[in-house]
Design a protein around this ligand. Sequence first.
Ligand code: NAG
Length: 551
Amino acid sequence: MISWSRDALPFLLFRLLAVAILSQRHTFMVAADGGGWQLLQRSIGVSAMHMQLLHNDRVIIFDRTDFGKSNLSLPGGKCRRDPNDQALKVDCTAHSVEFDVATNTFRPLMVLTDTWCSSGSVMPDGRLVQTGGFNDGGQKVRVMEPCGGGCDWNEIGDELAAPRWYATNQLLPDGRQIVIGGRRQFNYEFYPKSTKAPGAYSLPFLAQTTDPNLENNLYPFVHLNVDGNLFMFANNRAILFDYVRNKVVRTYPALGGDPRNYPSSGSSVLLPLDLQMAKVEVEVLVCGGAPKGSYVAASKGNFVGALGTCGRIKINDPNPNWAIETMPKRRVMGDMMLLPNGDVLLINGAGAGTAGWEFGRGPVLNPVVYHPAGPEGKRFELQNPTTIPRMYHSTAILLRDGRVLVGGSNPHVGYSFSGVLFPTELSLEAFSPSYLDPGNSDLRPKIQAPASQAQLKYGQKFAVVFTVAGSLAQNAVSVTIVAPPFTTHAYSMNQRLLVIGGKKVAAAAGKNTFSVEAVAPASATLAPSGYYLLFVVHQMVPSEGIWIKID
Ligand SMILES: *[C@@H]1O[C@H](CO)[C@@H](O)[C@H](O)[C@H]1NC(C)=O
């Protein structure tokens, strides 16, 4: 906390002046200090357009097959022969890799059809089931198993009822995925399909939110509500949708007049669900985007400043309304992610223009942390910048150790490494939020039990045993679980954080050892079955996570 004592005033004025001079080009005068950056890989050979962390701490990364040759060869002289491919009929390069976080190494994987602008979700058994894409990939379903290193993509054919390009997937309480929308697809379907109803179901909301020729409603933001319905946000509008009865349950007020979905790509998260409360508050946060008309303006060389606002809404409130907050920096194509301590990180993206080839300008190099529980007007904290612009087709995901993996950026039709604005990025960086600062090591919990990969039943009470090197503040402990999302195009599908413990903390056998009570979520509606990262958080500093499986 900064205390605004009278003695400090001259210093503060000086500091403000210095910041003002140093940041003339920035909209707000905020000193950036928090978090650090590390370059992990100068090149992984492909551009990280889509990312998913699996429960073996390997990240599945892929871009698209019609980019031309990547910078990574397929192993063993393998080549992909695809008469339908629009770039290369024979391509001996990889367009996907498996990145091993523990060893900071990667190996090439082979996708067989075009995965461009596709979607996916991890299933309850831990497999990544990825759907759609472009051209011959539009109706494909592909599976990637979490394995020790030998496996590869397995394509199971044209399983989708409709081609899905820019669709959104969400894991459902019954263990299926719902696949929603995509270009010119105003409908949804399920995977796996039932033999009784294998087709697609119409969803007029997607037709109603399409701006002619521009769309602005692709990759709709979808969040699973605690009542089992889906909150869906497209363009500037939102509904609560009952996908079982194909019925709009409720319509929310519009979030201003400007679009927030692709290509005016803002982002969205479901804020942490505190299951310890008698009534769980469900809030959605939508940030950034591009003012109406930005896409057309960009096509004429006029790069309009991105949206600088976020809207926050209590979706189960009897009279829900968007509370508007202003970010320290305007942002389009930014990723939003839930950190283990319940804060939200905004990272990547641009300050002007839109998504789409060559349409972004003014990279936003500083991430921003948003404290959902902070007082209004004081929730944003600007973080230290990277040096690498992460524009269109960049991604970011949370890792088990609390770092954030950042990759991708390619606003060009092919791989383009020189003579262009924002060359194709093949690098991977890690952003370490300030909770990883060495100065916090005395606060940092270390989980002793349960063991990683532990299985939990719905509603199961269990103890998390942990140590803390320094002294423990008993009233500042929480246990959180985070579902690892599928991330692409500034949106993380399936992202979900639940607070499942922290109220009862007691000393346990052993030096500096404590036990905190936690309760697994009561139902699959609160938390669909599958693998979650579990963290103990102490004074906002999270432990390294462990994997748990809820069944
Ligand atoms: C990728 O390969 C191209 C062609 O060999 C080369 O010019 C470029 O520097 C490489 N880029 C990276 C990031 O490795």
